[in-house]
Design a protein around this ligand. Structure first.
Ligand code: NAP
Length: 451
């Protein structure tokens, strides 16, 4: 695949790059290795100051960065601005709390003194997707840098401008050259980078296929990996829910990032008593959405990121209908613009039943009781997030204890938050980002015993 920025709204090529050669990659790793020798002994307070500077730069230039995001991957400018603000928030969060999270922890043993300390690993390779081209990178990089690691970013091939801009933000914020570098390479070059002994660990956010490939490369070298992969999150609505709030949240939760979010609500599981009403409410709200220029302030839904994403989604919808699914709301696909669609009665025997739909298509399911809703929610290869709408405390407890997912949100939409760990179970991956746990994924936890 060629590394190029093509505006999905217009099809215009903005810039393209040749992938780095093996010699250029080797040089970048050398620079990172040298940078680590200095950076590992910088003080927590210094790193916090540079992260705070990065947050300030993001906020100051949020319009510029948001335009870049929209131009490269097509989400609405309004949502791109919110994404940049959230990146500033995660930098601030780790600047304020990183030192406490990584402080030595005393443990009583037979020693005169024993404790746990946390030390950086070295160069961490981050392979990132285009759907939140700033956020995915910052939520990994802020804690990794705060912990004293250095980073090589392999960003998705359709967002090279974002990758380069992020490296520049960290440089301008005060991090030494080499602490954060963007490598313009293709997916097929990742395994060779992982195999380099100077790379200590890797993280990947993306598809199952890419995750498998990285896990194999890391397994071969016995290196740690964190994987944030796909999802097909359930959104359960019961008869005790506030239906107006549930449905307006459902629309937001499905259409975040033009429907291209791992934690988007994808399977709407409706209790029989309210199913018809919710279906009608959803259709009405989907019909009222404005599809168009992502730069315009009143646009709800921009184009999908690439023609490949459009083709894949179109194929999945057609296959679902051929397998017996009911098309509740359809529309015409124009270029990269995919209209919001609703499918229902998807047979469990069809391929799409177990697949992720990465675009603005909602799948509706009806169930007779709450137990069946939970069983259906769990009948998926994925386990990222789940949203459950009920006022019944027994159902709330049941959902929390029985849903197989990395997060359960009750009467709210699944979202990432710097303070809460984020990650999945099953084929959604392993490891966690964010929160206190997130900063401890890429450190050597060292036990110290002194007599
Ligand atoms: P993708 O194709 O897997 O791309 C993600 C990244 O992996 C890109 O940098 C890509 O590089 C790279 N890559 C692709 N094949 C690779 C390989 N064989 N070895 C190493 N790296 C490889 O993902 P996508 O389809 O664009 O993104 C959507 C997927 O990401 C969805 O499944 C979504 O749910 C998931 N996602 C998960 C999370 C989460 O936090 N769990 C968040 C966002 C997205 P190239 O661009 O050069 O191919």
């Amino acid at each position: 695949m060629v590394i190029a920025s093509v505006n999905p709204a217009t099809g215009e090529l903005w810039q393209s790059f040749a992938a780095l050669s093996a010699a250029e990659i080797n040089l970048a790793i050398k620079v990172a290795e040298q940078a680590f020798q200095e950076y590992r002994s910088t003080k927590m307070a210094e790193r916090a100051e540079w992260l705070a500077q990065a947050a300030a730069l993001l906020l100051k230039q949020k319009q510029t960065y948001a335009k870049l995001i929209t131009q490269e991957m097509g989400k609405t400018l309004v949502s791109a601005i919110a994404e940049v603000e959230k990146c500033a928030a995660v930098c601030t969060y780790y600047a304020e709390h990183g030192a406490d999270f990584l402080a030595d922890q005393g443990v009583s043993t037979d020693a005169s003194q024993s404790y746990i300390c946390y030390q950086p690993l070295g160069i961490i390779l981050a392979v990132m997707p285009w759907n939140f081209p700033f956020w995915q990178v910052f939520r990994f990089a802020a804690p990794a840098l705060m912990a004293g690691n250095v980073t090589l970013l392999k960003h998705a091939s359709n967002v090279p401008g974002c990758g380069l801009a992020i490296a520049e933000i960290f440089r301008q914020a005060g991090f030494a050259p080499g602490v954060f570098q963007t490598l313009l390479i293709e997916g097929s070059q990742v395994a060779a980078v992982v195999a380099d002994p100077r790379i200590k660990a890797a993280t990947l956010t993306g598809s199952e296929a890419a995750g498998q490939s990285l896990a194999i490369a890391c397994g071969r070298e016995l290196k740690k990996a964190v994987l944030e992969l796909g999802g097909s999150d359930p959104f359960i609505v019961t008869e005790t829910a506030d239906l107006e709030l549930a449905v307006s949240t459902a629309v937001k939760a499905r259409l975040l990032s033009n429907g291209q979010s791992c934690i988007a609500a994808k399977r709407f599981i409706l209790l029989e008593a309210i199913a018809v009403q919710v279906e009608q409410m959803l259709v009405e709200k989907f019909r009222g959405l404005k599809v168009g220029d992502p730069m315009a302030a009143d646009t709800d839904l921009g184009p999908l990121a690439t023609p490949q994403m459009v083709q894949e989604l179109k194929h999945q919808v057609e296959a679902a209908i051929a397998a017996g699914a009911r098309l509740v709301l359809g529309g015409e696909v124009r270029g990269n613009y995919f209209p919001p669609m609703i499918l229902a009665d998807i047979p469990a025997s069809s391929a799409i039943y177990a697949q992720e739909l990465f675009g603005p298509v909602a799948s509706l399911y009806r169930v007779a009781d709450f137990g069946t809703a939970i069983a259906l929610a769990n009948d998926s290869p994925f386990g990222l997030g789940a949203s459950v709408w009920t006022e019944n405390v027994v159902e709330i407890r049941q959902a929390i204890s029985q849903i197989e997912a990395g997060a359960v949100f009750i009467n709210g939409m699944v979202k990432s938050d710097p303070r809460l760990p984020f990650g999945g179970t099953k084929r959604s991956g392993y490891g966690r980002e964010l929160g206190e746990i997130g900063i401890k994924e890429f450190v050597n936890l060292k036990s110290v015993w002194i007599k």
